[in-house]
Design a protein around this ligand. Structure first.
Ligand code: DXP
Ligand SMILES: NCC(=O)COP(=O)(O)O
Length: 241
């Protein structure tokens, strides 16, 4: 079965918008793991508008009580990100080629171009026992090089899969994702996937059995609002008699 790592960035975004600890990310992580999710993902960015670097330390503390669960920290490997990751030592670190002011992640690594920068970073993370994942576009030809620079896994960037799901041309795109996953497996890499996955599209992606882990945050948060909204509005109305 594919593992689910729940990305709590949007919990961080909501919390940060009011300047106090509500919603509480550690509490939400605990609820998530108690429900059976395999892991928690955060993607701190330099402006810390979503998850903060402190969240990485707090979540690592919580995960000590869940020996079978994993913490995955995603982000661009700048100096600050790396120093936090090397100190926190999550189970997994997913390197993403984000610009500092990026709205959200929108492309994978160009490993051929960036390999000289990536090799020592990957080596340093692996020395600490951290599993290293490279965020990649679904291009089968680039998977072997990801292995060659030292990655343990790739994470397939699934925005294109999600935005075309069920539309014209989707089958060709889905095939490209499966071919890329197979190429990664053939190269000796594990395969994660993420970005814009949701309750409607995730099952088909994972059905072929090539994906070890999906990380899902944005849609999961919106779906939680959708599924809970009516109940909560009704609960308020019942208080205001
Ligand atoms: C790498 C990736 O796709 C995710 O980490 C995503 O960028 C995080 O979600 P937000 O952009 O919604 O914070
Ligand atoms: N790695 C992808 C991730 O953590 C969550 O992406 P999204 O579901 O918020 O688009």
């Amino acid at each position: 079965m594919t593992h689910l790592s729940v990305n709590l960035n949007k919990i961080g975004l909501l919390r940060n918008s009011r300047g106090r600890n509500y919603p509480n990310m550690v509490e939400m992580a605990k609820r998530t793991l108690d429900l059976g999710a395999f892991g928690i993902t955060i993607h701190p960015r330099p402006d810390q508008r979503h998850a903060t670097y402190q969240d990485a330390y707090d979540l690592k503390e919580l995960l000590k009580h869940y020996p079978d669960a994993e913490l995955n920290i995603e982000g661009f490997p700048d100096e600050q990100f790396l120093s936090v990751v090397l100190e926190v030592v999550p189970h997994q670190c997913t390197l993403v080629p984000d610009d500092p002011n990026q709205l959200t992640s929108d492309h994978g690594w160009n490993v051929a171009r960036d390999q000289d920068a990536l090799r020592p970073i990957i080596a340093k993370l692996k020395e600490k026992g951290i599993r290293v994942v490279l965020f990649m576009d679904p291009d089968a030809d680039n998977m072997a090089l990801a292995k060659e620079v030292g990655a343990d896994r790739v994470e397939l960037y699934t925005e294109e899969y999600a935005s075309h799901y069920g539309k014209n041309g989707f089958d060709t795109i889905a095939e490209r994702y499966q071919e890329s996953a197979q190429a990664a497996l053939d190269a000796g890499l594990g395969v994660n996937a993420g970005h814009d996955l949701d309750l409607t599209n995730v099952e088909d992606l994972c059905r072929a059995g090539r994906i070890t882990e999906v990380s899902i945050g944005h849609a999961l948060t919106v779906e939680a609002l959708d599924l809970g909204w009516d109940q909560v509005v009704k609960a308020y109305l019942s208080k205001l008699v």
